[in-house]
Design a protein around this ligand. Structure first.
Ligand code: FAD
Ligand code: SF4
Length: 336
């Protein structure tokens, strides 16, 4: 029986593994965290349908449970990857017939943008923190009480030369709209402001969600970037921005500031490109062989990609790539 190692047990890696198992291939998943699921373990409801993230994860987990040809190694990290062998951080070497890299992305560290006060001022949180608060049913201010006015800032750690993140993270505009709607559902009387550079609603149902946010929920959208945040004597935050549509400077007091953090390439990708001869893009994401005909294939025979390891992607795209990568692996194995 052929044996494939899938590195990364996020939604893309899990889907890829389940499809390989279904096709009669033995699979080992290597996951550095203690549990499978990747980032979506921490998300609440998924745009654009507001499906609970847990529901999607449980369905994919269920497909994995039914096979005895699956080994899962959690709490260990792959350091070197070839089509014949994967080396773990412990030094252990695992033999295989092909490998799939599904190591996803890293959340941008909002502390790097010091001007927004993350980790310094109370009630400055990230979009990832807000997902956790939704999950815990505990969207509260640090000093207790509920927010009456919230600002959501787009493009934090994306499209930003100063922090060497030139790419658009693609999913954060729609996440900002989804989170604004969820906040309005919790606090109908609150005012929610989205500060954006451009609104990028690239997927089916996204534009409709953006319209609904305005018409049904009265979410406000301001074109402009917040330049500075400071605390006020009454535990609020004062933000300074420029409304770039009117050209006017703007000052606003808010109770909470949500930073929509970007999807950053894993630092580990540099090692993969140096030591395993896998090509990397200037953004730091891995380079697929071809954008049209080989987007789950790497430049090294027998090594494949799935999910956000090659670019920012949503959950649906990541799952589809898991399936596509499995099919490409099978095709490759059949030719051996
Ligand atoms: C704030 C936020 C909200 C989002 N909300 C939505 C939404 O509502 N709807 C939607 O469609 N999309 C959403 N997304 C996008 C979604 O998170 C991604 O599409 C999805 O997580 C990509 O899955 P993945 O498996 O490719 O990567 P990941 O989720 O990053 O999983 C990769 C896995 O690989 C593991 N790993 C990494 N390196 C190694 C290594 N060297 N060895 C072993 N294991 C390793 C990691 O621990 C992780 O478990 C959101 C993104 C963000 C940032
Ligand atoms: S998706 Fe929107 S918020 Fe995210 S980087 Fe692109 S333009 Fe900015």
């Amino acid at each position: 029986m052929k044996h494939v190692i899938v590195i990364g047990g996020g939604i893309a890696g899990m889907q890829c593994a389940s499809e390989l198992l279904r096709q009669g291939v033995a699979v080992t998943i290597i996951e550095k965290e203690q549990d499978l699921g990747g980032k979506i373990r921490n998300w609440h409801k998924l745009f654009p349908t507001f499906t609970p993230a847990d529901e999607v994860l449980t369905a994919v987990r269920h497909k994995l449970k039914i096979s005895s040809n699956l080994k899962v190694r959690t709490g260990c990290q792959a350091t070197s990857i070839t089509a014949k062998k994967v080396t773990l951080s412990t030094g252990e070497e695992l033999k295989c017939d092909a490998a799939v890299i599904a190591t996803g992305f890293t959340l941008f560290d909002a502390k790097i943008k010091e001007e927004y006060g993350y980790g310094i001022y109370d009630n400055v949180i990230t979009s990832a923190d807000l997902e956790q608060m939704f999950n815990e049913g505990n969207v509260r201010l640090a000093q207790g009480g509920t927010p009456r006015r919230v600002a959501i800032l787009h493009c934090v750690g994306s499209r930003d030369e100063k922090v060497c993140q030139r790419h658009c993270s693609k999913v954060c505009c729609v996440t900002g709209v989804k989170q604004a709607i969820e906040l309005k559902q919790l606090f109908p009387k609150a005012d929610i402001f989205n500060f954006y550079m451009d609104i990028r609603m690239f997927g089916p149902g996204y534009e409709e969600m953006y319209r609904e946010a305005q018409t049904a929920y009265n979410v406000h959208f301001v074109r402009g970037r917040i330049s500075e945040v400071s605390p006020t004597f009454d535990n609020r935050l004062q933000i300074k921005a420029e409304d770039t549509l009117t050209g006017r400077p703007l000052k606003m007091g808010v109770d909470m500031l949500v930073l929509l953090i970007g999807m950053k390439a894993n630092a580990h990708n540099t090692l993969l490109s140096k030591e395993c001869q896998l090509q990397m893009q200037s953004s730091g994401f891995m380079q697929p062989k071809d954008s049209f005909l080989g987007n789950v294939t790497s430049n090294v025979g027998g090594v494949f990609y799935a999910g956000a390891v090659t670019a920012p992607k949503n959950v649906g795209e990541s799952i589809n790539e898991g399936t596509a990568a499995a099919h490409s692996v099978i095709e490759w194995l059949e030719k051996r």
